[in-house]
Design a protein. Sequence first.
Length: 345
Amino acid sequence: MRIHDIHQHLATLGAKPLHIGRVSRAWLQGLPLDTGTRHQQAENFLPLSVRNGLPELSQRLDGLARLRSEHPAADGSARLLVELGDGQMVESVLLPRDGLCVSSQVGCAVGCVFCMTGKSGLLRQLGSAEIVAQVALARRFRPVKKVVFMGMGEPAHNLDNVLEAIDILGSEGGIGHKNLVFSTVGDPRVFERLPQQRIKPALALSLHTTDAKLRQQLLPRAPRIDPEELVALGEDYARRFDYPIQYQWTLLAGINDSQEEMDGILRLLTGKYAVLNLIPYNSLEDDEFQRPQGERIVQIVRYLHSRGILTKVRNSAGQDIDGGCGQLRARAVELVNTKRLHLAR
């Protein structure tokens, strides 16, 4: 379901644009669809035909994203395993300081070798209403003032739906435009489409290395774009819309934490309108990849800081519950498949 489908359904019930806006805002806030205002109750504002149709619509909207399980973490975050209307599952993350990370696809086609989501491949796209429904669901638990498109999937591969979601969240949803963060591995279509939008979100670019050949190995099905070109495109967007680019760098011990890489960062990012987010890999015992030792992470941050690169360490939310992106869904799918196997026997 897309946002347009909801608006069209309300129009069929007899709703005018101002009625559609009222109902949409209530849904996006996680409130009942017939929620009124301090000065105007729903029965004095919404036509009777619309009020009579809201229970059925509410049921349909609730079915877009249902909470299957919640996994609170010690850092104040909480990973939500969300079941969609067709039984597929995605993850959302309630972040500290009123943030929410949402998914835009079931699975992902980029195939980043260090990402659990990428191992499943792309199963299907999420409609714009399914993306926004994750925000409506999360707001039943706590306030959401920032939405980052960094969950399951590559937003650029579902661009129309993601841009629709950004548009309504930045208007009817009450999210500040720079508190909407579009994350991508660097699809050229992003740099063509985002400047044309009514709402220009903040941009996060997955860099991970300054070596073009290594980047192809780590992100095997990402667009073949050299790190230098990616940073140039990011710098143009940052300067045009006066907001720094967030460059994402998943730290992998022995792979992209070398002194050569750090000097490459200096070469690429010195003087750029940018923030470098170092994300230590969320290691499990039997993983092919491991995060660097804490001492090495501190050395990296000090080295880059001392040379003028604004650097932040961003641990993946929920690391104490093995909650790296895609891990909850992978465990849930494995459990479902195990149960089906037992039933088949």
